[in-house]
Ligand binder design. Structure first.
Ligand code: URA
Length: 430
């Protein structure tokens, strides 16, 4: 039988709400990666999966098939345990930057393979590339040797890591099939399991600035990913964390690096510090190293020391000034009162329009562009005082960014909202 007929049979099984067999899954993922299953066939199958779902066995097998499409890394020869973190992405989410050196300073190696940002959420590599000289592309040998000597690596995922996912994710992006929980979970977990970490902590974001807008969907995604990790022998824990409000006081590449440095120096906004410490404790516990308190490693400067070694090992000039945008514009509070809401999506869109993010994956980003917040929910402001400052190299972007902030915040004449750090961590799933 020609292979294209097999693809039709697989599509019909899922269209008619059947469960795909292990053989069907192995074959369709492999044949799609080889170009035997056509894009239009995989589009139909992805839509059938979005509409009819997959059960736990199917998702686990689908994930394994995507891992098998490429190479699986192995860090068991390192002298210390490994742990990694994955965030589903949010506005101002720079947590990876202080977290990776912090966990390494506590004796657990962190092999963090990251991506570039698309749309309103920033990418970790874009943030680090604002540091002069820093390079994201490392060979396998460079990565291993840096993990052994420094204990911390943040770099780009190579093309051999789950290539089936790379192809399928690009297809889902243009066929309205990104939102299928089975496909999101298998996409994220195939890359994280193939990366070879011994333990994994997932930060699943909920709210306007996140992929998952409500707690029920976020919980289902988180539990599906935790189950996939466990089925693959990786100790996996998930935190559900709020993303209705931006994290910290900055959204934008160099601006977020600067804020991360504040955290590594023992300061920084309370919500960023709280989440960094919560995730660090989960990573240390999942890796069996609870003997260190990460708060001490921020206070005594050892996390900052690891940061400096990690950046320098990848060519970054740790003492160079970070880029600054050419133009700035202040958005003033229209009335006096307490801030009760500051919408994460609107701030993310503003940062994106200022040049911090990209619309297509080949677009450049501006290192200095973004938004600096001067007040957040729980704070009081006076009419005319700056609420936020917009930064961009192009003056014409400032007006369009300000437009996306219309209706983005509420100020109550009396009282104020809850401080974000008090409602940041919503649930823990194991
Ligand atoms: N991130 C991924 O890596 N995959 C998805 O499907 C969604 C977000």
């Amino acid at each position: 039988m020609p292979e294209w007929q097999d693809a039709v049979e697989v599509i019909i099984t899922k269209r008619d709400k059947g469960a795909l067999s292990d053989e069907q899954i192995d074959w369709v993922v492999d044949a799609y990666t080889r170009g035997v299953v056509a894009d239009e066939q995989m589009s139909a199958l992805a839509m059938a999966i979005l509409l009819n779902g997959m059960d736990r066995r199917e998702i686990s097998r689908w994930t394994a098939a995507m891992i098998s499409s490429g190479t699986r890394m192995d860090f068991t020869s390192l002298s210390r345990p490994t742990a990694d973190k994955h965030s589903t992405g949010g506005v101002g989410d720079k947590i990876t930057l202080p977290l990776v050196p912090l966990v390494a300073a506590c004796g657990v190696a962190v092999p963090q393979l990251s991506g570039r940002g698309l749309g309103h959420t920033g990418g970790t590599l874009d943030k680090l590339e604002s540091i002069p000289g820093w390079r994201a592309d490392l060979s396998y040998d460079e990565m291993m040797s840096q993990l052994e000597s420094v204990g911390a690596v943040i770099c780009a995922a190579g093309s051999t890591l789950a290539p089936a996912d790379k192809k399928l994710y690009a297809l889902r992006d243009v066929t309205g099939t990104v939102e299928a929980i089975a496909l999101i979970a298998s996409s994220i977990m195939s890359k994280k399991i193939a990366e070879g970490t011994g333990a994994l902590v997932l930060d699943v974001k909920v709210g306007s600035g996140a992929f998952m807008k409500n707690v029920d969907d976020a919980r289902e995604l988180a539990q599906t990913m935790v189950n996939l990790g466990r089925d693959a022998g990786v100790t996996t824990v998930a935190l559900l964390t709020g993303m209705a409000t931006p994290l910290g006081l900055t959204a934008g590449n160099a601006l977020e690096v600067r804020e991360s440095l504040d955290v590594l120096a023992g300061g920084g906004p309370a919500d960023v510090v709280k989440l960094t410490l919560a995730l660090a404790r989960e990573m240390l516990s999942a890796a069996g190293r609870e003997d260190h308190d990460p708060a001490d490693r921020l206070a005594d400067g050892s996390a900052m020391d690891v940061w400096r070694h990690m950046i320098a090992a990848q060519g970054g000039d740790v003492d160079a000034d970070l880029p600054v945008a050419r133009e700035t514009h202040e958005v003033a509070a229209p009335i006096s009162g307490g801030i009760t809401r500051l919408d994460a999506l609107a701030v993310g869109m503003a940062a994106w329009r200022l040049g911090a993010g990209r619309a297509r994956k080949e677009d450049p980003v501006q290192a200095g562009a973004g938004v600096v917040l001067h007040a957040k929910p729980g704070d009081s402001v006076r009419a005319g005082e700056p609420l936020m400052t917009l930064h961009s190299d192009d003056g014409h972007r400032l007006d369009r960014a300000e437009e996306s902030l219309e209706g983005a915040f509420d100020i109550a004449a009396e009282g104020s909202g809850t401080h974000f750090e008090d409602e940041l961590i919503l649930a823990r799933l194991t």
